[in-house]
Ligand binder design. Structure first.
Ligand code: PGA
Length: 249
C-alpha cells in the first residue's frame, strides 16, 4: 500500500528562528491528522532546531539537497552521512531549481541518489518537463528519460525507499497548476514507466504532484488515483495553508 505524503519544500526561506516558529505551528495544527505523512524540508541551517521540534511527532525531516560526494575536500557541501546523523530521513534530490541554476546533471543526481540511499535516507526525487517541452507535447518523453537515466540505475532493493515528485517546471511558483486530468495522465504514465523496471513494486511508490499546489486546488488533484500527495513550495511557508493542503485527502 502506498502512503499519502504532503512535503513542504521551504527552499531558501525563513531564518532559523522563523523556521522554528513555523514548524511549531505546523506541529500544533497537525494534531489528529492520520491519513497523510507530513514532511518538512527546511534549509540546512535549521536541520537541528526544526528536527528537535518534530522529534516526538510523526512529521518527517527532509533536506533539500545532499552532496554528490561522500566526504572530503568539497567546500560548502553537506554529505548524506552528515544529514543522516543529524536526523534527516528524506532528501529532495533533482529539484528543477537545482538542475537549472546549479547545473546538476543526471550523472550528479544519480550519485546523490545512491549516497542518500546508502545512508538510509529516502530520496524525494523530482522530475518534470519545462514549458517548451509541454507545448511540444514532449512531456512523456522527458519524464521517461529522467527516470531511465537515473532511477533505473539504482539497486532494485532500494527502489521502495524512493518517493517521486512530478513537478512541471511551468507550474512551479507561477500560480499555474496542472489540471487534475493532466496530473493523473502523467502520474499514471510515470508509474507505468517505473513498472517496466521494478514491476509490481511501482504500485507502492508514492508519486507526489508539485507546482503551485494550494488549499483551493489540492483536493481535486489529490483525488486522482495516481496522485499520492504533494511537494509544496510557497504554500508550505504558511502553517494554515500547509495543513489545509494535508487535509485535502
Ligand atoms: P510551489 O513550489 O508550490 O511554490 O510552486 C513547488 C516546488 O518547487 O517544490
Amino acid at each position: 500500500m502506498r502512503i499519502n505524503i504532503v512535503a513542504g519544500n521551504w527552499k531558501m526561506n525563513t531564518t532559523p528562528s522563523e523556521g522554528v516558529r513555523l514548524v511549531s505551528e505546523i506541529v500544533e495544527k497537525a494534531k489528529g491528522l492520520s491519513n497523510v505523512k507530513l514532511i518538512v524540508a527546511p534549509p540546512f541551517t535549521h536541520i537541528f532546531s526544526v528536527g528537535e521540534k518534530i522529534r516526538k511527532t510523526e512529521i518527517g525531516l527532509s533536506s533539500q539537497n545532499c552532496a554528490s560526494e561522500a566526504k572530503g575536500a568539497y567546500t560548502g557541501e553537506v554529505s548524506a552521512e552528515m544529514l543522516a546523523d543529524a536526523g534527516v530521513k528524506y532528501a529532495i534530490i533533482g529539484h528543477s531549481e537545482r538542475r537549472e541554476y546549479y547545473r546538476e546533471s543526471g550523472e550528479i543526481l544519480l550519485k546523490k541518489l545512491k549516497l542518500a540511499l546508502a545512508n538510509g535516507i529516502s530520496p524525494i526525487f523530482c522530475i518534470g518537463e519545462n514549458l517548451n517541452e509541454r507545448e511540444d507535447a514532449r512531456h512523456f518523453e522527458v519524464v521517461k528519460k529522467q527516470i531511465e537515466e537515473i532511477v533505473f540505475n539504482i539497486d532494485e532493493n532500494d527502489f521502495e525507499k524512493i518517493i517521486i515528485a512530478y513537478e512541471p517546471v511551468w507550474a512551479i511558483g507561477t500560480g499555474k497548476t496542472a489540471t487534475a486530468g493532466q496530473a493523473q495522465e502523467i502520474h499514471a504514465y510515470i508509474r507505468s514507466v517505473l513498472s517496466e523496471k521494478f514491476g509490481k513494486k511501482a504500485e507502492n511508490t508514492s508519486i507526489l504532484y508539485g507546482g503551485s499546489c494550494k488549499p483551493d486546488n489540492a483536493r481535486e488533484i489529490f483525488s486522482q488515483p495516481d496522485v499520492d500527495g504533494g511537494l509544496i513550495g510557497g504554500a508550505s511557508l504558511n502553517a494554515d495553508d500547509f495543513i489545509a493542503i494535508a487535509k485535502s485527502f
